[in-house]
Design a protein around this ligand. Structure first.
Ligand code: AMP
Ligand code: ZN
Length: 469
């Protein structure tokens, strides 16, 4: 399995630290509002990578934090006249709801920065003791000049950063160098705070992730991931903190997803050009959003538009309709043993899985992996006949389901669309009308179903239905 490592800027063979185990940390959202569709991308991408690794037999420990102490959270709490916990509780719940909707498996651990304060203070103290950090007027800063590898992830040079920052108005006179960053800062009036040896205050953002990764995964982890906007300064600073404090390499593979853009600009809350996931799922189902995200390679930028979402919806429908008709076949046919010809066909079908794995082994090329599923669907549609055995239907279904489950795009019946009981009731009513030779009524019901987006087909095995394309 090859993964593109931002740290080395090339695709590398994935070798875990411990055989069959993967320790993975994914930076989570800052919880001051509903997540937008750009934030949904790392959720879906890294969940898919996790699923694929699990499919390959790795035991994955997956940590995704919530940043629950931040200026934006405090601002929101002040605007609403409530405490910051009211805001963070609310948006953590909402983020978890969205994650569930997107069929993202819960993380092994979902730590919160505010619950890790003693460990955060401990790591900052270690950095001071080892000479990597300094205190000034109640604040603690990381001294970037002390860490040899500073800039290795982002490719930035410390001199350039200092020169660049010096051209701007420096707002913090307590820093020794403009490239230094804050580990701890004193509270301002009305802000939440924690006691520390330096001041009543709160931690900087970067130190939180270094601490949570260490606490839940250890000093050295296999994969650290997030959106590409996090490469600098967040991940660069995490490396400086963790490697200085722990004296060991931090993460072996750094994975970053590309942006979701609107009109070729990054979708972000600060630019105001964002759509919350909730806005979108008011008329586009969550599973279509997931499918849309997986249709592009995770490192490429993707454009968001309703048309592209609709196209993704049609693609997903093709898979769903195929699965539905295979299930119909299984329910209405016989034959627990495949014929020799069917067994031969299934041998051919094995190549879809091989190709799928090849695509995923090549830095998780989900777009090509989806193309393999479409090939499988085409194969099933053209080879499943009314005369086929039940066993053949089941083998096709298992094959398609297995690949869909790795991408999390189709799960068992529980996830199948909405309630279909009304459709089934109408079909029964139509069958009864036909039996009673009331063909007018039967045609009316067919037309009504068509209005609902449902196409029916009379087969020798009974009535088969699917969603209109
Ligand atoms: P934030 O809450 O802004 O820290 O973002 C949470 C996660 O979403 C991070 O991994 C970001 O890199 C990622 N992210 C934010 N905006 C986008 C976007 N437009 N496209 C892709 N990923 C994004
Ligand atoms: Zn982080």
């Amino acid at each position: 399995m090859k993964v593109y490592n931002t740290l080395t800027r090339r695709k590398e063979e994935f070798v875990p630290l411990e055989e069959n185990k993967v320790k993975m940390y994914v930076c989570g959202p800052t919880v001051y509002g509903l997540i937008h569709i750009g934030n949904a991308r790392p959720y879906v991408i890294f969940d898919t990578i996790r699923r694929y690794m699990e499919y390959k037999g790795y035991e994955v420990t997956y940590v995704q934090n919530f940043t629950d102490v931040d200026d934006k959270i405090i601002k929101r709490a002040n605007e609403e006249g409530v405490s910051t916990e009211v805001i963070t509780d609310r948006y953590i719940k909402e983020a978890l709801k969205d994650a569930e909707g997107l069929n993202v498996e819960p993380a092994t651990y979902h730590p919160l920065a505010t619950k890790e304060m003693p460990y955060i203070i401990e790591m900052i103290q270690t950095l001071i003791d080892k000479g990597y950090a300094y205190e000034k007027n109640g604040s603690v800063y990381y001294d970037t000049s002390t860490f040899k590898g500073y800039g290795k992830l982002s490719g930035k040079k410390l001199e350039d950063l200092i020169a660049g920052a010096s051209n701007r108005v420096e707002t913090d006179p307590d820093k020794k160098s403009p490239a230094d960053f804050v580990l701890w800062k004193p509270k301002k009036e009305g802000e939440p705070y924690w006691k520390s040896p330096w001041s009543d205050g709160r931690p900087g953002w970067h130190i939180e992730c270094s601490v949570m990764a260490k606490r839940y995964l250890g000093d050295t982890i296999d994969i650290h991931a997030g959106g590409e906007d996090l490469i600098f300064p967040h991940h660069e600073n995490e490396i400086a903190q963790s490697e200085a404090a722990n004296g060991k390499p931090f993460a072996r593979y750094w994975l970053h997803n590309g942006f979701i853009n609107v009109d070729n600009e990054k979708m972000s809350k600060s630019k105001g050009n964002f759509f919350t996931l909730r806005d979108i799922v008011a008329d586009i189902p969550y599973d279509v959003v997931r499918f849309f995200i997986l249709n592009g390679h995770y490192r490429s930028p993707i454009n968001f538009s309703r048309d592209l979402m609709e196209a993704a919806g049609n693609g997903l429908l093709r898979i769903k309709n195929c699965v539905k008709s295979i299930k119909f076949h299984i329910e209405n046919s016989e034959g627990d043993v495949m014929t020799a010809n069917e067994a031969e066909l299934m041998e051919k079908a094995a190549s879809f899985k091989t190709e799928f794995e090849k695509a995923m082994d090549d830095d998780f090329n989900t777009a090509d992996a989806i193309a393999c599923i479409f090939d499988y669907v085409k194969f099933a549609n053209s080879n499943l006949k009314e005369s086929s055995t039940k066993a053949f239907g089941q083998a096709l279904l298992d094959g398609i389901n297995e690949l869909c489950n790795i991408l999390g795009i189709l799960t068992e019946d529980a996830k199948e669309d909405t309630d279909t009981s009304e459709i089934e009731r109408l079909i029964e009513e139509r069958t009864a009308a036909k039996k009673a030779k009331d063909y007018q009524k039967a045609d009316e019901i067919r037309a009504k179903l068509l209005d609902m987006g449902v196409v029916i087909e009379d087969t020798r095995q009974g009535v088969r239905w699917s969603y209109k394309k």
